[in-house]
Design a binder for this molecule. Sequence first.
Ligand code: FE2
Ligand code: FE2
Length: 223
Amino acid sequence: MASRRKDRLSVERVVEPVEIDRDIEPILRARISVKRVVHSTHVASLAQALARCHGVDADGARRAGLLHDLWREAGAGSIIEARRLGFKRANATEEDGSDVLEDWMDGNPVLLHGALAAVEARERFALPQVWCDAIAFHTTGRRGMTAEDMVIHVADHACEGRRGAHVHEWRRMAFEDLGSATLALLENLVSNLVEARAMLWVPTVEARNDLLARFGSRQRPKT
Ligand SMILES: [Fe+2]
Ligand SMILES: [Fe+2]
């Protein structure tokens, strides 16, 4: 047992804890629960470590990690904010939220939280656009994911505190092959949605197909 633990530690990178940036801390603590503030610091730590490993901006990664769930607990307030910001679906005028929620969101305002945090990260904290985009798509992924998108998606789903059979494996894989780790995470997400008989998130399907073409070994099913 001891040797197995040693084996795991020897291949897993050390992820240093981060301090919350002074300009971010008050608003983070005012908006989300203590538990989610802790989660956000775990995401920031892993994002910073992955960014250093893969040669992208580590400060941006840390700040994006801290801010990614700023709107996660806003509930129906997300719809009001989305309207205020002028989010608009084409050809949708209804008052039940479908003017801002896509069909695949299936009435769930939580799926707006990345896009709303991205706007605030840009306007209030002047986060570079590439990290705002990573925040916007941190839940679903998207076609053509950048290294920054992958850093935040993986950091969110494989950080300390996440449970699940594959978390350690994904974390280790992400330092070696970020694209393959993101592909593995998105495939797991698609499977979970199917298993739960939930709507498939369209950007996630597009992200997974695109990553499969870029990093996977794809097969054609017999039809
Ligand atoms: Fe989130
Ligand atoms: Fe998160």
